[in-house]
Design a protein around this ligand. Structure first.
Ligand code: FES
Length: 453
């Protein structure tokens, strides 16, 4: 949702770069953002441009952008350079497309010209969180935006150069001697981004540790014409060789969010709607129940659910997969899952099996009187949320534990659990890790929970 902000400061940083600072008219807090984020400015009635935020993003009361005048551009930079304190500007909220990787051991930043702006935000965040970093900043003499500020922030972690040859003299060797786990971030003209990416690849950098952001796209060569089909309406129309798909969609009246219209900001990205598109790309698991993300990460959705009995023959998985692909951004969806756990143990991951595997047999074969206090119903409330910008699906699990003795305080719960445990097909009981304990659980619930035989 866009908001109207007021210009509180507008000043030249160097001959062609102007810094504009925006705030809410009431001076209140603005939405926080990740370093490397940009905002969209409505530069007049027909034009919106994306500009990188240079602050650290934590509880901001100001959004600051630094804009280089581009006399040959579409007019956005000329409009920004005309802003004065007190002017009102309509602003789209921050979007993150170039965020630092928090787990990186070291951050190597490379800025070319005005590409320094998102990296200034990265430097601030690195200092706030005590992260190791180094910045190589290449700019024309006398055109170093934020140079004094960066010198003060970075000290000897800043390398300033004024030519491509000087950049490669320092960056070339640096690319070959970074500690393992270093991430590289490059923001500059397309040619610089491409050259640094190629040099990193040649030096053996894994692709996923190299991050680039362009501030302008190179002119696109004509492509091959193709046909677009709209999934909902089924309408089809052609996309010409000299046209982007976004332009064709907008010309047909399709409501596609967009900002730069150059393939830079990522605003127009559409979610994938079909194919084997869902992967466990990242995860943080606090309490795994009879599984392990270490085994499942980088598996497709269909692969990681492979061991679930009958999901393929009953087409449960393809339906769940289609549901997730069509999950709209915004509202969260909930589902629950459950199993039993011994002694309230939360971590029953595959790796720790030797620590807890025997407990199930011990409870099942031990005195029935102990079952009510040692066996727990473990319920997971799971949230599925489509993130609006990246299109990724977040899968969050909150776990609740209730001993059978606590559970029988609600007779309907005791009756329900006993019935479900008794009727669960053997393959499903085995998959859920209940084969050994479910008999003891049903028996105890019948004795102490008022559940009829
Ligand atoms: S509108 Fe910016 S990438 Fe498409």
């Amino acid at each position: 949702m866009s908001a109207e902000l007021v210009v509180t400061r507008a000043a030249a940083l160097c001959p062609d770069v102007r810094e504009v600072v925006l705030a809410r008219p009431d001076g209140g807090l603005l939405p926080s953002y990740a370093p490397g984020s940009h905002i969209g400015l409505h530069c007049g009635p027909e034009l919106r441009n994306a500009y990188s935020l240079t602050g650290d993003g934590l509880d901001p009361r100001h959004y600051a952008v630094s804009v280089r005048l581009d006399p040959a551009g579409r007019g956005g930079s000329r409009w920004v350079h005309g802003l004065r304190p007190g002017d009102r500007v309509r602003v789209e909220p921050p979007r993150s497309a170039f965020a630092p990787v928090a787990a990186a051991r070291h951050h190597l930043f490379v800025a070319g010209g005005i590409g320094v702006t998102p990296l200034l935000a990265h430097v601030r965040a690195a200092l706030t969180w005590g992260r190791s970093f180094r910045l190589h900043y290449a700019h024309r003499p006398g055109h170093g935006a934020h140079l004094d500020e960066l010198r003060a922030l970075c000290g000897d972690r800043l390398e300033v150069v004024h030519s491509a040859a000087a950049l490669w003299a320092t960056l070339g060797p640096a690319l070959s001697r970074q500690p393992l786990g270093t991430h590289l971030y490059v923001c500059g003209p397309a040619a610089l981004n491409a050259a640094v990416t190629a040099a990193a690849a040649a030096a053996g950098w894994p692709e996923q540790q190299v991050h680039t952001e362009a501030f302008a796209a190179p002119p696109a060569a004509p492509g091959t014409p193709f046909t677009v089909r709209l999934a909902h309406s089924g309408r089809e129309f052609p996309v010409g060789a000299e046209q982007t798909m976004l332009d064709a969609l907008l010309a047909q009246g399709a409501a596609v969010p967009n900002l730069c219209r150059q393939g830079v900001c990522g605003e127009c990205r559409l979610a994938v709607r079909s194919g084997r598109a869902l992967w466990a790309d990242a995860g943080l698991v606090t309490f795994a129940a009879d599984w392990s993300l270490r085994f499942d990460v980088v598996m497709s959705f269909l692969q990681l659910h492979g061991p679930v009995p009958r999901v393929h023959t009953e087409r449960v998985l393809p339906r769940a997969h289609d549901f997730l692909l069509r999950l709209p951004a915004g509202p969260g969806f909930r589902r629950t899952n459950w199993t039993l756990t011994v002694d309230g143990r939360l971590d029953t991951s595959t790796e720790t099996y030797p620590e807890w595997g025997r407990d199930r047999t011990a409870v099942a074969d031990g005195p029935l009187a102990e079952v009510g206090d040692r066996l727990f119903l473990r319920t997971e409330v799971q949230h599925l949320i489509r993130l609006p910008y990246s299109g990724a699906v977040m899968f969050l699990i909150r776990t609740y534990l209730l001993s059978l003795r606590e559970l029988v305080a609600v007779p309907a719960w005791a009756a329900r659990l006993a019935a479900v445990l008794a009727e669960l097909p053997p393959d499903m009981a085995d998959y859920k890790g209940l084969t050994r304990t479910r008999g003891a659980a049903v028996e105890w619930l019948r004795l102490h929970g008022g559940v009829p035989r």
